[in-house]
Design a protein around this ligand. Structure first.
Ligand SMILES: NC(=O)c1ccc[n+]([C@@H]2O[C@H](COP(=O)([O-])OP(=O)(O)OC[C@H]3O[C@@H](n4cnc5c(N)ncnc54)[C@H](OP(=O)(O)O)[C@@H]3O)[C@@H](O)[C@H]2O)c1
Length: 263
């Protein structure tokens, strides 16, 4: 997609990967970049470089409930959104019997229900204009179902399924989709993995890309109309193994997981 003169919206754009994608989009000649955040007043300033987006506007976008999403989209007014990047997410993990049920529901809401709901609200405009792109931030967890990540993996597998189904459904309409098989990216979420996995899963050997490096790949995938952005690096091996017989991922999982937390 040629981003010249287009309008893009990024959810969870105040920090982490969403912030890096927003910064990369701001460097493109967009007409308008809408930076979704729960706190627009506290949004860290984002000034587009020369030749970049004509306008960058933080907008209130809270994905925590059905009502907050409806309210947020009403607040966007009549902006004609060409690209939506469903990026915001939360991580859950640890042994299932120890996970907080409220946190499981919150993760299903933000990671999966909100992606479907927001896309459902923006899609009619895209279809009417005959152009649009839906970019969904999944994860390697949407492919490789490791222990101690059951609930998070389920939400991300849902994102992959949703995006791929929608890709086929919108064929020939001018609307396209892209899902990101995001590997380890150096953000607060990745920093929290040890704590969230409760010491059951050793993530120390994982790839750790910088957000800007990953965002540059995301922008290239948007611009060349890829439908999937693979993780690259060592993580690509886990993705490949996930499509083969289960014993391949079992071997990898066995080397990283213990039911008794590591010391
Ligand atoms: N980092 C990784 O290694 C990695 C790997 C695979 C996939 N991913 C995926 O990449 C995406 C971004 O992750 P990240 O690493 O950048 O995480 P992060 O640094 O923790 O940032 C998460 C973002 O999501 C926003 N968010 C959370 N709940 C929200 C809600 N209810 N409404 C609106 N925004 C909400 C946060 O906003 P607040 O600041 O207001 O909380 C923040 O902007 C997620 O979908 C994640 O699952 C990350």
């Amino acid at each position: 997609m040629d981003l010249t003169g287009r309008t893009a919206l990024v959810t969870g754009s105040n920090r982490g990967i969403g912030r890096a994608i927003a910064e990369a989009l701001a460097a493109r000649p967009l007409a308008l970049l809408l930076c979704g955040t729960r706190d627009p007043d506290g949004y860290p300033p984002l000034t587009p470089p020369a030749g970049g987006a004509r306008e960058v506007r933080p907008v209130a976008l809270d994905l925590a409930s059905r009502e907050s999403i409806d309210r947020s989209v009403d607040g966007l007014g009549d902006a004609e959104i060409d690209v939506v990047v469903n990026n915001a997410g939360v991580m859950t993990g640890g042994l299932l019997e120890e996970q907080d049920v409220d946190e499981i529901y919150a993760a299903v809401q933000v990671n999966l229900a909100a992606v479907m709901h927001l896309t459902r609200l923006l899609l009619p405009g895209m279809l009417a204009r005959g152009r649009g792109k839906v970019v969904n931030n999944a994860s390697i967890s949407g492919y490789a179902y490791f222990p101690a990540a059951s609930t998070y993996a389920a939400t991300k597998a849902g994102v992959v399924a949703f995006t791929e189904s929608l890709r086929r459904e919108t064929k020939g309409t001018g609307v396209t989709t892209l899902h990101l098989v995001t590997p380890g990216v150096d953000t607060e979420m990745l920093d929290a993995t040890d704590e969230v996995y409760g010491g059951h899963f050793d993530t120390s050997g994982w790839d750790r890309q910088q957000p800007a490096e990953w965002a540059a790949k995301v922008l290239a995938a948007i611009e060349d109309d890829s439908s999937i952005l693979g993780p690259g690096g060592k993580t690509a091996i886990a993705k490949l193994a996930s499509r083969g017989p289960a014993f391949l991922l079992d071997r990898i999982a066995d080397s990283m997981f213990t039911r008794t937390p590591r010391g």
